[in-house]
Ligand binder design. Structure first.
Ligand code: ADP
Length: 164
């Protein structure tokens, strides 16, 4: 049976931090399904469709990586539907831990069969987040170390067009 891991997140936009987690998850899972979620507590720059389109473009040649947008159900429900073994998340610092631990407990309360698997961020990527990348881009700083060239181009265009 193929081992599927579901990686849910806001991905506003996809960063090299996320990409590193996906690459490492593929050492354990045969397939990673990325779920772009609507997180009502976060102010986003890109719409759900735009965030998914970016990921589809970055991974268009990767047959074991796919992306789904998720706006009307819980990730744990999607995990169950696609027969995922586990939900994948990343940990950057202690500050991520409390939140991630809470989410994992909530997910377990919904479905005990689906495990949560955490990948510790690589040293050089611990400080990389979507919000930090957006902030740098807004002030016309260099973001090529933190995002794929496809994301860099789309983010710069988005900031130009939104006039922020
Ligand atoms: P969410 O809004 O669900 O936290 P994010 O897109 O911010 O979504 O992050 C998705 C997941 O990826 C989270 O578990 C987050 O901790 C993890 N993550 C984000 N950036 C990094 C990074 N640089 N290194 C490791 N994990 C990361």
């Amino acid at each position: 049976m193929r081992k599927i891991g579901l990686y849910p997140g806001s991905f506003d936009p996809l960063t090299k931090g996320h990409m590193d987690i996906i690459k490492r998850a593929l050492k354990i899972f045969d397939e990673v399904v990325i779920a772009v979620v609507k997180n009502s507590s976060k102010k986003v720059l890109f719409s759900l469709d735009e965030r998914k389109a970016i990921i589809d473009e970055v991974y268009k040649t990767e047959k074991n990586i796919s992306c789904i947008s998720l706006d009307s159900k819980l990730s744990v429900e999607l995990a169950n539907e696609i027969n995922a073994l586990a939900i994948i998340r990343g940990l950057r610092a202690m500050s991520d831990f409390e939140y991630e631990f809470q989410i994992a407990s909530i997910n377990r309360s919904q479905n005990k069969q689906i495990e949560s698997v955490f990948f510790a961020a690589q040293d050089k990527l611990t400080f990389v987040s979507s919000s930090m990348v957006k902030e740098i881009a807004q002030y016309k700083g260099k973001i090529s170390k933190f995002v794929d060239p496809i994301v860099e181009k789309i983010l710069e265009e988005k900031i130009k067009s939104s006039g922020t």
